[in-house]
Design a protein around this ligand. Sequence first.
Ligand SMILES: C[S@@+](CC[C@H](N)C(=O)[O-])C[C@H]1O[C@@H](n2cnc3c(N)ncnc32)[C@H](O)[C@@H]1O
Length: 276
Amino acid sequence: MFELTGKYEKISRQSLKIISQIAYDVSGIILSEKKEDLIFSRLNKRLRENKLSSFEEYCIFIQSNPDERLQMIASLTTNVTAFYRERHHFQYLSKLIKNKFIDRIKDGEELRIWSAACSSGEEAYSAAMTVSDVLIPLAVAKIKILGTDIDNGMLGRSREGVYSIEEKNSIPLEIFNKFCIEKENQFTFKKDILEKLRFKSLNLIAEWPFESKFHAIFCRNVAIYFDKMTREKLWLRLAQRLHVGGELYIGHSERISNPDMLSLRPFGLNSYKKVK
Ligand SMILES: C[S@@+](CC[C@H](N)C(=O)[O-])C[C@H]1O[C@@H](n2cnc3c(N)ncnc32)[C@H](O)[C@@H]1O
């Protein structure tokens, strides 16, 4: 047992073990021993909301309550994101469309991009603005951007598509002027952008209920929370969902150790091209 300040003063090793195991089984997230303080402080609120008086009670509660398990995962994960985060990936995406796929899109192929683990949606909207900017002359281009996450609260915010004006600074000004609409202290997107996006609940370590292939996949800053086995399986499944010539963008502290075996060729920063 160890003690921490707060309303609930104790969390036993046993409760920590149960919580970590459930987090791993449900989402693939590894909670190391070092995360004790984080688990305690983030889950305190879940105990209060469920009117439970101890972590032992909470452990019993989550075992029979799938919704609360998802709430628990949401409380334990970070949702930090930003428009045009790791900007080079959006430059690669723009080049990919111009240099590789534009003729196929002109001929009617639907352009499909996936923001896997999209959090509050900034990555998906940045991708939508990037490709729309390239494809503006092709008024009829069909563009579909899919944003997915395990956290339903974040998906709600993504679908709403309304952001605080402070986030405007992350968007290049000419892009903002072309695709965004400012209202009071917030902004949203023009209809043309909004209608290209769909946000769906998806657990990356579970079944994916779609067969489609994508021209580009963003899967950034989520695999970092998984163990090696879960990460490698994820890279393989993502590689299988890319069109030949398509690109996978991963987070700045992530790396694919065996890209050849997945028919991926590394290039630039944290980026991989599907070669066959
Ligand atoms: C740090 S955010 C990354 C957001 C964005 N990709 C970026 O790089 O800016 C991590 C996201 O991963 C999501 N996540 C964690 N485990 C997941 C899982 N098993 N399946 C799907 N999403 C997951 C979290 O809900 C969170 O929104």
